[in-house]
Design a protein around this ligand. Structure first.
Ligand code: NAI
Length: 326
């Protein structure tokens, strides 16, 4: 199987080279470019493409890929909202993903965002380097006894619940498929109105697009902390800016952003940022943004490479597909 690998990052190469070392029937060609209508031509002559979160796989791209002989889309991530599944099905393209590479990696990153925002360690780090040991402005709050609402209690949401139980937080969960556990299952409105901290872990779908909008903010406690490590478009960014200005939103931690495909995973430090909404968001002192690094641990990258290889081998050898996206 010849695989065209899009959006290649230097940090991925050792993990994929290690996983494919003993599999001569799998050959990967690495392209730095993201997959789009303009770059789909690069996949000409390959059997499969391997893509990440910000590659574009709309109906036009799929039609082009199918006409070039591609029969398989290997996602090296869990979310698949960037793939037009009906179009893939119509062209008989198999779509496989890595459903769980390390839920704990993302859950632990959520905790990093929560604690940095609440305890202001990013400010403390800079102050101490300047020999400034003044504590004014660094006052935090305990997670112990706080109510933390988790929207979407799948693999990552559940891993987060387990950590938060260790903190002694009261955990509320909203998920149509929630199973009983060490948390209280509730509806979205109750979760929004009772939580001190809200963390989003549901997938991006038509139903969850802009789940957090002006109306949702109106139901929340004043000074609430909001964490989004799931997908950017779960939040209406303009509504976040309004809520930050009125102090309804007290803290915002983002690892994803609605327009992140233009920004994330690349160094733009020599350019002028043209995204006024992003620039406004990062200008708030109580907003912390990381560039989609929730998954970025050694354990997760090893799992991504190994599962992607398994997916490729199963297609190549005509075996039942463990991780097909239906
Ligand atoms: P999962 O599929 O195990 O869990 C998602 C849960 O959301 C399911 O239990 C589902 O029932 C629930 N859900 C669906 N619609 C809902 C709604 N309207 N309201 C409440 N709950 C709803 O997925 P997993 O592995 O936990 O990942 C969650 C999301 O995290 C992914 O969709 C992906 O977008 C994101 N992600 C982000 C990463 C990062 O690096 N920041 C890495 C991996 C995933």
């Amino acid at each position: 199987m010849n695989i065209a690998f899009f959006s290649t990052q230097k940090y991925e190469l050792p993990f994929f080279e290690q996983s494919t070392r003993d599999h001569r029937d799998i050959k990967i060609t690495y392209f730095e470019q993201a997959l789009s209508e303009q770059t789909a031509i690069l996949a000409n002559g390959f059997d499969a493409i391997c893509i990440f979160v910000n590659d574009t796989v709309n109906a036009t791209v799929i039609e082009q890929l199918a006409s070039q002989g591609i029969n398989t889309i290997l996602l090296r991530c869990a979310g698949f909202n960037n793939v037009d599944l009906p179009a893939a099905k119509a062209h008989n393209l198999k779509v496989l993903r890595v459903p769980a590479y390390s839920p704990e990696a993302v859950a632990e990153h959520c905790i990093a965002l929560m604690l940095t925002l609440s305890r202001k360690t990013h400010k403390a780090y800079n102050r101490v380097r300047e020999d400034n040991f003044d504590l004014n402005g660094l006052l935090g709050f305990n997670l112990h006894n706080k109510t933390v609402g988790i929207v979407g209690c799948g693999k990552i949401g559940l891993a987060l619940c387990n950590i938060l139980n260790g903190f002694g937080a009261n955990v509320l969960v909203c998920d149509p498929y929630a199973q009983p556990g060490n948390y209280t299952i509730t509806d979205i409105d109750t979760l929004l109105s009772q939580s001190d901290v809200i963390s989003l872990h549901c997938p991006l779908t038509e139903q969850t697009h802009h789940l957090i909008n002006d109306e949702a903010f109106s139901k929340m406690k004043t000074g609430v902390m909001l964490i989004n490590t799931s997908r950017g478009a779960l939040l209406n960014s303009k509504a976040c800016i309004s809520a930050l200005k009125t102090k309804k939103l007290g803290y915002l931690g983002l690892d994803v952003y609605e327009q992140e495909s233009e920004l994330f995973f690349k160094n733009h430090s020599d350019e002028i940022n043209q995204d006024d909404i992003f620039s406004r968001l990062v200008s708030f002192k109580n907003v912390l943004v990381t560039g989609h690094q929730g998954f970025f641990t050694q354990e997760a990258l090893t799992e991504i490479a190994n599962t992607t290889l398994l997916n490729a081998l199963e297609v190549n050898e005509g075996r039942p597909l463990t991780n097909e996206v239906l």
